[in-house]
Design a binder for this molecule. Sequence first.
Ligand code: ADP
Length: 488
Amino acid sequence: MKLKKNSIKLKIWLYFLLFAVVILCGLWLFQTVFINGYYRNMKQNSIVSGAQTLVEQYASGVVGTTYAKMASVAMENDLAVNIVDLEGRTLFAYSPAGRRYGQELALYFNGFGQSAVKKNAVNLLARQIREQESGALFEYFDNSNGQQMFVYSTLVTDANGDVAVLIVTSQLQPLNETVKILSEQLIYVTVGILGIAFVLSFVIAQKVSRPLEKITEKAAVLSQGNYDVTFEAGGYSEVNQLAHTLNYATSGLKQVEKLRTELISNVSHDLRTPLTMIKAYAEMIRDISGNNEEKRNQHLAVIVEECDRLSDFVQDLLDVSKLQAGVIEYHPMEFNLSELIQKTLGRFDVLKEKQGYTIVLQGRSDVFAYGDEKKIEQALYNLLSNAVNYTGEDKKIFITLEETEQKVRVSIRDTGPGIPKEDLEHIWERYYRVDKEHKRAVAGSGIGLAIVKSVFLLHKTDFGVESEPGHGSTFWFELYKQEPQRGN
Ligand code: ADP
């Protein structure tokens, strides 16, 4: 298996190892470097808190039981305890096992055993404590046996109010031996943990990266143009999400690819037909009708018509691209919708006269609407062209204008074949055609409805189609009568 420099696998592996190393370093530091300080701190705390308990017990107690309790506190905390009254008399003394009775006290008073001297020393100490208003803690090092200890002294008062001095000592054990043992153990622990971390992190990294690698492999297949790949979900939710998104994108790409192929065939069909006609008629003029003015003019008229059709088609392509790219300008204002419909219908007069189409308009003649008049005209024209193209043998088309308080709804109904349910949501897509063969009374570009959709999306109003095969289709859209208030 190869590990690339920036791979997630390598990173997880390294981070995991780093984590283990940091933890081990922490362990090493605490077990070897900081252990002395930590031990001293702990000893200090235990001597001070032990002394505090002793003071409370001494103050509250009945002599016999109190001494027993004090002895047990001293034992628990490994403390040697002496209570000396201000006359220099020892009232209570306790030494943990293995330590000579009164040893620490003797050291503390620097070896002076006589009570007079001891009395002075105790009084001096009592004065110091009073002045400091707290117990006195200091460290003592005995050169003779290398013994190190903490000594804490404070004043105690018994139940009768008699004051004495409490002197507590706690021995510090040398840690060198312990540190040595710990270090040795730590070497094993370190090797063990590093080994486990190494293997475990490798396995985890493998597990995390595998689904991603699989997806990458599939994506490579996709990038070669194979849209039939499916991305599999892979164990954890982020990858599942990614796989889902990629599957979605793949189906989108597939659709685009299909549309692209259709587009090429549609566009080439739409371009080829007029071009063939133009070529044919141009040749006819050259070879046959060049000198016959009447025929020549007829043929020239066909050429002009076909050129118009071509340029309309190119214009439509441009319009829909612009609309969908969102670069088109939008100038909404109030305009007379009834008049606009009349004007647009006028463009179909030739058809009405020559081919017997009937277009019935229902609605008031002065309905106003709010929108971009030019774009609405274009959408209306496209809808009417479709109705003319697809309506039934009776060649009838019905337009109705319905008003509500705020909106006006325009419906264009034909008596044609209708649209199958499965095609209904697709007809608004660019270049989508239900029937690849299409009859045409009016030039159609195959992008008419895509333009209609873009126009009404731009106006942020509702539009749609109701259609059932065999029962004609009704395309409709709505417009606000006046500029809508914000939030509408
Ligand atoms: P076209 O130039 O093919 O009409 P459109 O984008 O205007 O392109 O329409 C897309 C498709 O929707 C048409 O090919 C047709 O199948 C269907 N369609 C549109 N209008 C109607 C209608 N009034 N009746 C039946 N089918 C329609």
